[in-house]
Design a protein around this ligand. Structure first.
Ligand code: ADP
Ligand code: MG
Length: 384
């Protein structure tokens, strides 16, 4: 039953500072911290102008940083072996993992933040490529550190936009913006309801006295840039165009029958019903009804499996096993094609449910999964 520990900010920022010293021979000037996230519900709704309800994880990425007095930029990570070195002029041509960090420095400079040449050392506990948004955690940790080094006050909306630009334009990975928004705006103890039509977001307190959010990383690496994401997005755009609406947010279930292609119709049905489920989960949470949330999780998972076709055998097994072992509800979470599941579990049963998933994976011949408990945490910032 391996659980991924979140680690505490004090010791992790100290570990990042130690790694910074051994890479660059001096103490960092600042350490930025940003959380990973797990989405409670609302999948593939962000780019359709819809609603999402992510939670910031206690697991976070730390970026230790110091200014230099030239235009050189050096970026290294405890989690990745190949460091990157370039200049302020070459930031946007960085590739590989360092593109996420260099891209943020480039986007901040493009937005007018006077980031100088810097040394950067990254270290964190967000599992990489598990659908828990280690990419946005990396971007936002680098961004808050860079704003501090540049001597500007932290403009969270500007950072969100810069991190989205870094991921799409420099790292070349499509993103709808949910991950960067929750990393910059989340509050402890709450999920963040984000409306991608109005741009508004608000805290949704989570009544977690007797239940826990168990996240299971299937260790099936999702690859958002392998075409599946782009194909789903294209189907959604086609559906909206056929319906004559700006986004599927404006479509209702009753009008979908007019969509000619059966697959496109199912894709749209997932989006329209999923947006409604986000509102329904928010309403259920307001009355403390986790059983209602559990039923909505089940409907969400079925919709992603059957209508949107983004699940996989490992995710289906994690979800069905969690429910059979006592979870109140479970669903796959994140972009799909691998990644993680999330289950609402009575607190006393978390270990049993995790054990049951491990046993089911072993019996099926799947790679051993790893688990974590998502205690809703706060947004990115400089570590004091
Ligand atoms: P997710 O965001 O779900 O974890 P992505 O594919 O969007 O998955 O982003 C994962 C990538 O982000 C990694 O493959 C790596 O390139 C980069 N990354 C994230 N965290 C770190 C880190 N601590 N050190 C180096 N690279 C990282
Ligand atoms: Mg990501």
């Amino acid at each position: 039953m391996p659980f991924v520990a979140s680690g505490d900010p004090g010791s992790l920022s100290a570990a990042a500072a130690t790694a910074f010293r051994s890479a660059y021979g001096a103490d960092p000037a600042v350490v930025g911290r940003a959380p990973g996230r797990v989405n409670l519900i609302g999948e593939h709704t962000d780019y359709n102008g819809g609603l999402v309800l992510p939670v910031a994880l206690p697991h976070a990425t730390y970026a230790a940083m110091s200014p230099r007095n030239d235009d050189v930029v050096r970026i290294a990570s405890v989690e990745e072996s190949t460091p990157w070195e370039g200049t302020l002029a070459s930031l946007s041509s960085a590739s590989g993992w360092a593109a996420y960090a260099a891209g943020v420095l480039w986007a901040l400079r493009s937005a007018g933040v006077p980031v100088p040449g810097v040394d950067v050392l990254v270290h964190g506990t967000v599992p990489l490529g598990a659908g828990l948004s280690s990419s946005a955690a990396l971007e936002c940790a680098v961004a808050v550190a860079a704003c501090a080094v540049a001597g500007v006050s932290l403009d969270r909306a500007l950072v969100v936009d810069a991190c989205i630009r870094a991921e799409t334009e420099v790292a070349g990975a499509p993103t709808g913006g949910m991950d960067q928004t929750v990393a910059m705006l989340a509050s402890p103890g709450a999920a963040l309801l984000i409306d991608f039509t109005s741009g508004a977001s608000s805290d949704v307190p989570l009544p977690l006295a007797d239940v826990a959010l168990l996240v299971t990383d299937t260790r099936v690496t999702h690859a958002l840039n392998d075409g599946g994401y782009a194909a789903r997005r294209a189907d959604c755009e086609q559906a909206a165009a056929e319906l004559g609406v700006p986004t599927l947010r404006s479509a209702s279930l009753s009008v979908l029958a007019s969509i000619t292609d059966e697959r496109v119709r199912r894709r749209a049905r997932h989006v329209v019903t999923e947006i409604a489920r986000v509102s329904d989960v928010v309403a259920a949470l307001a009355t403390g009804s986790w059983s209602a949330v559990g039923a909505l999780f089940a409907a969400s998972h079925a919709s992603m499996r059957d209508d949107f076709e983004i699940s996989c055998p490992e995710l289906d097994l994690a979800v069905s096993t969690a429910v059979a072992a006592g979870a109140i509800g479970a669903r796959m979470t994140g972009g799909g094609f691998g990644g993680s599941s999330i289950a609402v579990v009575p607190s006393a049963d978390v270990d049993d449910v995790a054990d049951a998933i491990d046993a089911a994976f072993a019996a099926a011949g799947f790679r051993a999964p790893q688990h974590l408990v998502a205690e809703p945490s706060g947004a990115a910032g400089v570590v004091p």
